[in-house]
Design a protein around this ligand. Structure first.
Ligand code: GYE
Length: 330
């Protein structure tokens, strides 16, 4: 247990028991030596997210010297802010934040900074102006995640290669508005629409990264008689929902409608192999060992890189092998 946590506990004991010296049982000693990490997770909206949570649990385990406290915010930023305040109050050693959306973190992260608790941001970013510099830059220690615009560019380039200047009517299922994953992936498609005059947007809505909403949206478009050639789903779970809606309407996904998706979970790769998904851009959720490495560096007094972009690729049936699917860790 670090000093900060020790002080919080002593204060609590003073309040409860008039400052009697606490006696440490052997099991307490083991507990005391663990690094306490409070992790504010977005939610459990997708397979990607669940793989990310599992990766954190596996890496930040007691065996590895950590005590991990996870708060599931159910995709609500207000809940994340409350969770971070609770972590500060508990005196955790580190805070890990996977932010729902990019804006609105200045106040609570300034509170963490005032309490001298390092904040590691994973997956999405706070404020998107990485390139131009962000006023709140010193409010976090480092960030680990994906280049979402690069992922979006891969999807758009694949469509350009496949269809040339053929007319395309595109349905765009977006993630939750204001999240870096949505902002980056959507920005790429907007650029693609601008440079391909034969592409039109048949429909565009947020499915909040969930399978149920992906299905609902596509069912609604079909019921409205909207015609489309391509569905771009900003994650696999929305693609699964869209595929179910198409099948229920007697259409063959991957053939009648081209499906482009993001994440490349194992199940989705199997669907690339069977032809139901045409192209899937990888997004790696296995940040647990990366966070572990960063904390261990900080514990040794070293300075980890401020921004770590994870290396990623993309798959269509032409480049996918069974070996890749079998070695998929998520
Ligand atoms: O693509 C989606 C999840 O932020 C990269 O969030 C993450 C996205 C991921 O719900 O499946």
């Amino acid at each position: 247990m670090k000093l900060r946590r020790m002080i919080s506990l002593l204060m609590l004991l003073c309040l409860l028991g008039g400052c009697a010296a606490p006696s440490a049982a052997p099991s307490d000693e083991k507990y005391d030596s663990l690094i306490v990490v409070g992790f504010s997770q977005v939610g459990a909206e997708s397979d990607w997210r669940n793989a990310n949570t599992r990766s954190m649990q596996q890496a930040l385990s007691a065996e590895n010297g950590f005590r991990l406290i996870i708060d599931d915010a159910q995709q609500k930023k207000e809940r994340q802010i409350t969770a971070i305040r609770n972590f500060i109050h508990q005196g955790v050693d580190y805070i890990v934040l996977a932010p729902t959306t990019e804006d609105g973190w200045d106040t609570v992260l300034a509170e963490a900074k005032a309490a001298d608790i390092p904040v590691i941001i994973i997956d999405r970013m706070i404020d998107s102006s990485l390139a131009t510099g962000y006023a709140g830059d010193d409010l976090f220690t480092c960030w680990i995640g994906s280049d979402f615009q690069r992922q979006g560019n891969a999807a758009v380039q694949w469509l350009e290669q496949q269809f040339g200047d053929q007319p395309l009517r595109i349905v765009h299922l977006q993630g939750n508005y204001g999240s870096s994953a949505q902002v980056g992936r959507s920005a790429s498609l907007d650029a693609g629409l601008a440079r391909n005059p034969n592409w039109t947007l048949a429909a565009r809505d947020s499915g909040d990264f969930t399978q149920a909403k992906g299905q609902e949206l596509v069912e609604a478009y079909l019921a409205q008689g909207i015609d489309f050639d391509v569905i771009i789903a900003e994650n696999d779970n929305m693609a699964y929902g869209a595929i179910d809606a198409l099948k229920n309407a007697g259409l063959t996904p991957g053939r009648d409608v081209t499906i482009v998706s993001f994440d490349a979970n194992r199940k989705a790769l199997e669907m690339v192999m069977s032809g139901e998904i045409n192209y899937d851009v990888e997004c790696n959720p296995l940040h647990g060992p990366r966070v572990q490495a960063v904390i261990e560096q900080l514990e040794r007094g070293e300075t980890p890189p401020r921004f770590t972009f994870v290396e990623e690729t993309a798959f269509d049936a032409a480049c996918l092998t069974q070996e890749i699917i079998d070695s998929r860790g998520y």
